[in-house]
Design a protein around this ligand. Structure first.
Ligand code: ZN
Length: 233
């Protein structure tokens, strides 16, 4: 069984507004049963759990994906957790992040994180369908936020070390889906009440580089770190 983290494209390409690539959902399935990402033209947030892939649309409603749908950015793995932790006290969003940081054995590794839990509140976003070359930090300005209260659901996500911001979102990046797999989005905030946390550590990763003309002719000279903060937090 693979224990490699798979990243379909460096996030720098997405930050520049390259929203089309040729990686299909069928190709992602070969890379793992667990992951998050987006779709070509930022058409919704993607979440994969136990091999089931969903598209979370602009309103936060979940739809099963078609195998031929494509993504410009996704992170996947075959999920095999080696660490588990239970949190049984209500947490603010800040203390939730602190709890996670306490659990990570090192800040300098990649992790896949699956959290099942009950939440007092969850705030998610989805981004509207967007044409190429509009910078991501601008596109997310039109995001739609959805508020959930008193529900159970799943957080699927990854932790990326701070030294590879051009490859993936540094720190935590979660997508949420409710227990009935009907709604969710990119996590902005949450107030958990009870959490079961499962963690997988990665010592290596596989990175695909896009073969699109946009990517091949791009110049990645500017520091896109600020854009990540604006687009993903
Ligand atoms: Zn996201």
């Amino acid at each position: 069984m693979q224990s490699k983290l798979y990243i379909s494209s460096p996030i720098n390409a997405l930050l520049e507004g390259f929203y089309r690539d040729d990686i299909t959902m069928d190709m992602l399935r070969e890379k793992g049963d667990f992951g998050i990402g987006t779709f070509n033209n930022l058409d919704g947030e993607m979440i994969a759990l136990n091999g089931c892939f969903y598209q979370l649309d602009l309103d936060g409603n979940a739809h099963p994906v078609q195998g031929r749908m494509k993504t410009p950015f996704a992170t996947m793995c075959h999920f095999q957790p080696s660490l588990t932790e239970e949190v049984i006290e209500p947490l603010s969003y800040d203390s939730f992040q602190n709890q996670l940081s306490r659990i990570l054995p090192s800040d300098n590794m990649f992790y896949a994180i699956h959290i099942t839990g009950s939440f007092q509140s969850v705030e998610t976003r989805s981004v509207p369908r967007t044409e190429n070359y509009r910078p991501l930090s601008e596109a997310t300005g039109d995001q739609k936020i959805r508020h959930f209260q008193h529900l159970e659901g799943h957080l699927v996500g990854f932790y990326t070390p701070s030294f590879v911001p051009s490859i993936n979102v540094p720190g935590y990046h979660f997508h949420f889906i409710d227990n009935s797999f009907s709604a969710g989005g990119h996590l902005l905030r949450c107030e958990p009440e009870h959490l079961d946390i499962r963690l997988q550590i990665f010592y290596s990763m596989e990175l695909d580089l896009p073969k699109t003309l946009d990517y091949l002719t791009a110049s990645f000279v500017r520091d896109a770190q600020k854009d990540i903060e604006k687009a993903e937090r």
